[in-house]
Design a protein around this ligand. Structure first.
Ligand code: NAD
Length: 377
């Protein structure tokens, strides 16, 4: 059985789906592992490290795609590359299935078993394979480091003979995996942190990290789904939220927004009138930029200066700013996925579509779209 990791070709993608450590682990399981030349160049793993780990470095990408039983990558593939995959092979990566139905059709058409990493259930058993979490955690950290670098202020309070410098004020909207890591990082650097989430349990988690929780009575049900995700707010609830948090935004040096609603466009939580009232030099980092953005005026992969001098940062792939560690944990997620379903005796992948994890994340198999949520799309 052959595992192949092609070099990422999405613009700006600095992560690699496999690191030498995981390659060594897969080789130990009896798999042949092939990686494309330069796979780990942007995350500090030269080809020689992959070879030392027992992998084969391949320059003929198309031939390797056609031969592999498992293809692992970070970003969703081009449709043209899907047609090059071997029928019956398993392809695992982020697939963006809610926004890109053509990919699913192409995967089914090619007879490929498509695993969408976004769809791995948020269960205790699947935690070790959960790439959304492993990457959000790094993005939460790097967003704060980026803000610290870009802000013309220091983060901690300093009492000096020349006077007292106040701590920088951070406001984190959305206290999921990325938000919690952003809070922890900003607190470690000495900032004063306020945070808000629609899920009450998330507010308690923020407080346990030393942040001040902003409590807003939105009325109605604001609890999470059985997967731990937020429910979509009504337009009235969203308006209440925007009203109640506007002053905190205006008073902050840095606002980091991470609020997502699974399978839907991210809600707009900070409107232009609030952005325009933020102080010159203040920053809004919109970590939801790739799913539509939480801030009115966000432009994906750009920085926009608002009327009052605040900057809206809509850069994508914040996790890729720490590409070595982002790749380390992403690759471990894939290794854990493969190993979990690997039959050591037989040396085969046990594809049981009734298994809770596989039922959640396998979207196409045997020439058809098999996932309940996408079958009729
Ligand atoms: P996410 O990326 O979908 O969303 C980020 C955060 O935004 C969430 O906390 C969500 O509640 C919040 N949000 C949504 N709408 C909002 C609004 N209008 N205002 C403010 N905040 C809003 O979420 P995530 O980071 O992937 O994690 C979601 C939950 O799943 C968390 O509770 C997390 O701890 C849990 N989780 C569990 C497991 C597991 O058990 N294996 C794994 C990962 C995550």
């Amino acid at each position: 059985m052959i595992v192949f990791a092609p070099r990422e070709n999405a613009p700006g993608e600095s992560r690699a789906p496999l690191t030498p450590t995981t390659v060594q682990r897969l080789v130990g399981m009896g798999l042949e592992v092939q990686v494309e030349t330069g796979l780990g160049e942007s995350c500090d793993h030269p080809d020689s490290e992959y070879e030392s780990a027992g992998g084969k470095v391949i320059s003929d990408r198309d031939a390797a795609l056609a031969e592999a039983d498992f293809v692992f990558r970070v970003a969703k593939p081009d449709i043209a590359e899907i047609t090059k995959l071997k029928s019956g092979s398993l392809h695992a990566s982020f697939l963006d299935p809610f926004n890109d139905p053509d990919i699913l059709q192409a995967m089914a058409g090619a007879g490929v078993t498509a695993v969408s990493l976004e769809m791995i259930p948020r269960s205790t058993l699947a935690q070790k394979m959960d790439a959304l979490s492993s990457q959000a955690n790094i993005a939460g950290y790097t967003s704060v480091i980026y803000a610290a670098e870009r802000l013309n202020k220091i983060l901690p309070m300093m009492m000096t003979p020349a006077g007292t410098v106040s701590p920088a004020k951070f406001f984190i909207i959305g206290i999921g995996v990325a938000g919690l890591q952003a809070i922890a990082t900003a607190k470690r650097l000495g900032a004063r942190v306020t945070a808000f989430d629609v899920r009450p349990e998330a507010l308690e988690q923020a407080e346990s990290l030393g942040a001040k929780a902003l409590r807003i009575d939105l009325g109605g049900d604001t609890g999470g789904t059985d997967q731990g995700y937020a429910r979509e707010l009504t337009p009235e609830q969203l308006e209440k939220q925007r009203q109640a948090q506007g002053k905190v935004c205006i008073d902050s040096d840095v606002v980091i927004t991470t609020a997502k609603v699974f399978g839907r466009k991210s809600p707009v939580l900070v409107k232009q009138d609030v952005v325009d009232q933020m102080k010159p030099g203040s920053l809004i980092i919109d970590l939801a930029a790739e799913s539509g953005g939480n801030v009115e005026g966000t432009v994906l992969d750009e920085e926009v200066v608002a009327r009052g001098g605040a900057r809206i940062v809509g850069l994508g792939n914040f996790e890729g700013r720490a590409s070595t560690h982002a790749s380390q944990v992403f690759s471990a997620n894939l290794g854990n996925f493969l190993e979990h379903f690997w039959d050591k005796e037989e040396g085969v992948f046990r594809l049981d579509l009734e298994d809770e994890i596989l039922k959640g994340c396998v979207l196409s198999h045997g020439g058809e779209i098999v996932h309940e949520r996408f079958k009729d799309a």
